[in-house]
Design a protein around this ligand. Structure first.
Ligand code: CU
Length: 158
């Protein structure tokens, strides 16, 4: 009885073809994950570090397109920039951060943050630190991160 196997193979091939055609189709009909990410980075700041050994950085990535992933951050300030999350009050290093389709990825005080170690110098308030964000799909995005006061709060602006 070979016939049932052959019969089953036909719909599978047809499905694969349909998927391939959808993949080449218009952006509008594609699932959000398949469309191009449209990233915007806003609200970047670094609280002025009190030593030259470590600094933190915050920003928000707003995405009006398909999914992307923040894979790493590089900077002139440090060869050792890592991505951290905060879970239950303890921070954890993360390999990457997913950016949802039509969503945001927020780095904020008490939550996700960049950690700069072994600083080339201690940045002062008013300085700008240049960063390059590396995304899996978008590629690189350059960000100028202003150094604010050590106690800066983006909600109050002080
Ligand atoms: Cu940390």
């Amino acid at each position: 009885m070979r016939r049932p196997r052959n019969a089953a193979a036909v719909p599978v091939a047809g499905l694969a073809l349909a998927l391939a055609l959808t993949g080449c189709g218009s952006d509008d009909s594609a699932a959000a994950t398949g469309s191009r990410p449209e990233l915007e980075v806003t609200g970047a700041y670094m609280p002025a570090p009190v030593t030259d050994t470590m600094a933190a950085g915050f920003f928000t990535v707003t995405n009006s397109g398909g999914t992307d992933t923040l894979t790493s951050v590089t900077s002139d300030l440090s060869d050792d920039v890592t991505l951290h999350s905060t879970k239950g009050g303890a921070m954890e290093e993360e390999k990457s951060f997913a950016i949802p389709a039509d969503g945001t990825l927020a780095f904020s005080s008490g939550g996700n943050h960049l950690m700069f170690e072994k600083l080339t110098h201690r940045p002062r308030e008013g300085e700008k630190v240049s960063l390059t964000l590396h995304f899996a799909r978008t590629g690189t995005v350059k960000v100028s991160m202003p150094v604010k006061s050590a106690t800066y709060n983006p909600k109050t602006g002080h």
